[in-house]
Design a binder for this molecule. Sequence first.
Ligand code: ARG
Length: 415
Amino acid sequence: MSKIVLAYSGGLDTSVLLKKLILEGNDVIAMTADLGESDASTALSTGSASGDPAAELELVREKAIALGACDAVVIDARERFVSEYAYCALRANAKYEGIYPLSAALSRPLIGALLVETAHAMGADTVAHGCTGKGNDQVRIELAVRALDPSLKVRAPLREHPLSRPDAMAFAAEHAIPLKHTAEKPYSIDANLWGRSIEAGILEDPWNAPPEDVYAWTASPQRRPAEPDEVVVTFEGGVPSFDGDRGPAMIAKLNVLAGRHGVGRIDLVEDRVIGMKSREVYEAPAAVALVAAHQALERLVLTRDELRFKAACDQKYAELTYDGLWMSPLRTALDAFNATSAQRVSGEVRVRLHQGNATVVGIRSPFALYDETLATYGQGDAFDHHAADGFIRLHGLPLDLVARTGKRSLAMDTA
Ligand code: ARG
């Protein structure tokens, strides 16, 4: 018998796990992390990030207690998720395979950290999660736990005994576990402030277009406003703010605004950590708009060399995050690099939201390296055109040399 902290969402799988671990004779503490999922989930239907997320999470906590958990905690980790995870990823323009802003991937190391902290606080020797054996999330949670406390035991009951949906439903019925899921929408959904992921069901065949019912945060093409909205995102040292707010509430608000225009719909066949390909649909209105804005501002204020070098670092950053290596020394080192270049990533970005696109239409910064008097083709051109002549001669010198030897060797060949 162990004392186990279980990462608990309140859904079918983790409720079945909770019960099974209790039936094994363990003391189980349910740990639920609030990463802002419900702040955004009611957005499209109500037009505002309302609902009552706190009340919803209290119901999850009560459900765990009703199922026999010896304790149940809900941890509000929204602020931490945004400042220590999402905004670090934003400074890296992080998109896996150039497309997916890594919403789920960013949340798992934080959930791992919260499991470890809860285990320490409650004197538990084991942590558990409901990930299956073929997904990415098991890797991310467990590598975070190992990095923070290798002495903790980790249980992954769905890997020990894979559970089919009908079996889970039957077990739930037998043990009075209330069901919210219906048979018609058999998607696996994960969400937090940085985005929503939808997989399984009809999406498993990549030939099937995603049906409209997979989307909850983004408007369908028919329901998008005819007129664009424009937002001005302000960056200070790489940290965004909008309407004077830089925290979770700002991201929730941006999810609503950009989601109304259908911004951030992604349909991707991606490469999982364990080697297989999978098809995932995402909605990430705020993340997509913010990365576009951040990247445009970087192009204005960073030097050519910084941008070229950083592009390679950014790709590595996304891969580390996706692959569960968030807690690795390389990620920390890349954060230090990004923190240095971010010192000049301050300014304002105008983003136009319209018909599924977040388009940057204006940028300005006190650190702009763009100089209109150099760039202009109009009056007041300050560029020294004559200097270009000498530059081209020296820049092309190696080519001159090769061309000369080339002629010589050709001459020898034909001699
Ligand atoms: N494929 C994404 C990732 O690995 C999302 C996984 C989230 N899970 C889900 N049930 N949709 O980061």
